[in-house]
Design a protein around this ligand. Structure first.
Ligand code: GLN
Length: 493
């Protein structure tokens, strides 16, 4: 029999319903796996007591025939979601000791549906990064290794803990957030599936803000179906987030079996970037071929403003971050470092509490919003954002149903390999994903193959606003054709 933590979320749901095992057993199997996988540093904090208590409630519900949709399914929560009474850090020293008195809307909906919390997952500090190397709680190590090498690799970021935990079977699925690629890039690096839904699909209430006009929550899981199940529970209107949209949540799970017959899939020529490895191009061609074989029409399209997306993102995101992070002043939350007066206390707290990358973003953001430079940088970046959005609108208006691109320009890299003097090198990881956040569209990353060194590579599908269903259908088609990537053997246990 497959170990309980190696089941898919859908298999675990069916096994619990048919009483093949109990919620307590599956929770315990995960807690044991987490204990053995400390070397990966995927969890900042595990919550075994809470997990077992929730599992007992689930077992009682199942016994009474009152199982809720996610009854007894153990999940990990990215430590950017506020969890009531549980240390919530955003991967930053500045939130040391912070225990929220409230629960994020997304996690509350998962618990409402019966899911079990295993703990809080590591991330880049304030979700800024693509490698999970900037957390104040240490780097997360990917469960993957290059063939014949024991070089430690990054799991991607910022939801690196979520992706590593899912790939290493330390949870059945995890919450994540994506501001410029932080769900899709780590999913691609770890052979897992991740969807960033349309902006407004999930409530941002109770998620620690990075760049509010770009941030969206979504799941990372081991299959397309598992992602569909989780998103169904995470999504939905919440009056406490004014950008959350009041639309019915479709049956995402039902959409996975729709297929792609009759759909038109766009291939944007501007995503053929210079220096992209041949392997990525081949994978992309293969993905298009699979969709074609399944009945889709493939059409080359143009998204002409693509080259400006990354530079514009690195104006908009730091601008919003500098404003959002102004609240960490040593008065209200976490760390406080005394100073000679109140301004001194603010300065000392922020100097000690924020890491280098966060400080860099705050400085860039403050600069681009300053009176003298606002028009030259921020206003121009917002104009570019509109043009990027229009590119996508034109493609969809021409009859394209979804767009296929690579998820990342490379496979996972080694720890430290990209932490060079030039931070821009790291920013390039998001070249295929930031456009989607700038336009507020849904995007899914699905594993599609392995590179020559045995590392997973992912493809991305981008959809029309609020049409995650087509993404699930097309991603399922790719998953069927590519076969599920078998995850690495537990070298860490
Ligand atoms: N890597 C991007 C950044 O650092 C995106 C991060 C994210 O999506 N949270 O801003």
């Amino acid at each position: 029999m497959t170990a309980l933590n190696e089941l898919t979320l859908a298999e675990a749901r069916d096994g619990l319903a048919s009483k093949q095992f109990s919620a307590r057993e599956i929770a315990q199997a995960h807690l044991d796996a987490i204990e053995k996988a400390r070397a990966l540093n995927a969890y900042i904090v595990a919550t075994p007591d809470r997990a077992l208590k929730m599992a007992e409630v689930s077992d009682a519900k199942i016994a009474k025939g009152e199982a809720r949709p996610l009854e007894g399914l153990p999940l990990g929560i990215k430590d950017l979601f506020a969890t009531q009474g549980v240390h919530t850090t955003a991967g930053s020293k500045i939130l040391e000791g912070f225990e929220p008195h409230y629960e994020s809307n997304v996690s509350a909906q998962l618990w409402r549906d019966g899911a079990v919390m295993l703990g809080k997952l590591n991330l880049d500090e304030f979700a800024m990064g693509s490698s999970n190397e900037t957390s104040a709680y240490g780097k997360t190590i990917s469960p993957w290794r290059r063939q014949g090498s024991d070089t430690p690799l990054v799991p991607g970021g910022s939801s690196g803990g979520s992706a590593a935990a899912v790939a290493a079977h330390l949870c059945l699925g995890a919450t994540a957030t994506d501001t410029g690629g932080s769900i899709r890039q780590p999913a691609a690096f770890t052979g897992t599936v991740g969807i960033k839904p349309t902006y407004g699909r999930c409530s941002r209430w109770g998620i620690i803000a990075y760049a509010s006009s770009l941030d969206q929550a979504g799941p990372i899981a081991r299959t397309v179906q598992d992602c569909a199940i989780l998103l169904g529970s995470m999504a939905g209107h919440d009056p406490r987030d004014t950008t959350s949209v009041d639309l019915p949540v479709p049956d995402f799970e039902a959409a996975i079996s729709r297929g792609v017959k009759g759909l038109t899939i766009g291939i944007p020529k501007e995503y053929r970037v210079e220096g992209m490895p041949d392997e990525i191009q081949r994978l992309w061609d293969q993905g298009a071929e699979w969709l074609k074989e399944a009945g889709a029409t493939i059409k080359e399209i143009s998204l002409p403003h693509t080259p400006y997306a990354l530079p514009a993102y690195y104006i908009v995101a730091p601008a919003e971050a500098s404003s959002n992070l102004a609240r960490y002043d040593g008065v209200r939350y976490g760390l406080r470092v005394p100073g000679k007066d109140i301004a001194g206390m603010y300065e000392n707290t922020r100097a000690a509490g924020f890491g280098r990358e966060v400080k860099r973003r705050i400085m860039i953001g403050t600069y681009v919003l300053s009176a003298g430079y606002y028009d030259a940088y921020y206003v121009r970046a917002q104009k570019i954002r509109t043009l990027i959005k229009r590119d996508f609108e034109a493609a969809y208006a021409s009859g394209v149903d979804a767009i296929l691109t690579p998820a990342t320009p490379s496979a996972a890299f080694g720890i430290g390999e990209m932490a060079s003097a030039d931070p821009v090198e790291m920013y390039l990881n998001d070249v295929f994903t930031v456009t989607v956040n700038m336009a507020g569209l849904p995007g899914i990353a699905v594993p599609a193959g392995l590179d020559a060194q045995g590392l997973p590579l992912g493809l991305q599908l981008i959809g029309r606003p609020f049409d995650e269903e087509t993404l699930f259908a097309a991603a399922q088609t790719i998953e069927n054709a590519a076969g599920r990537i078998s995850l690495p053997k537990a070298w860490w246990a």
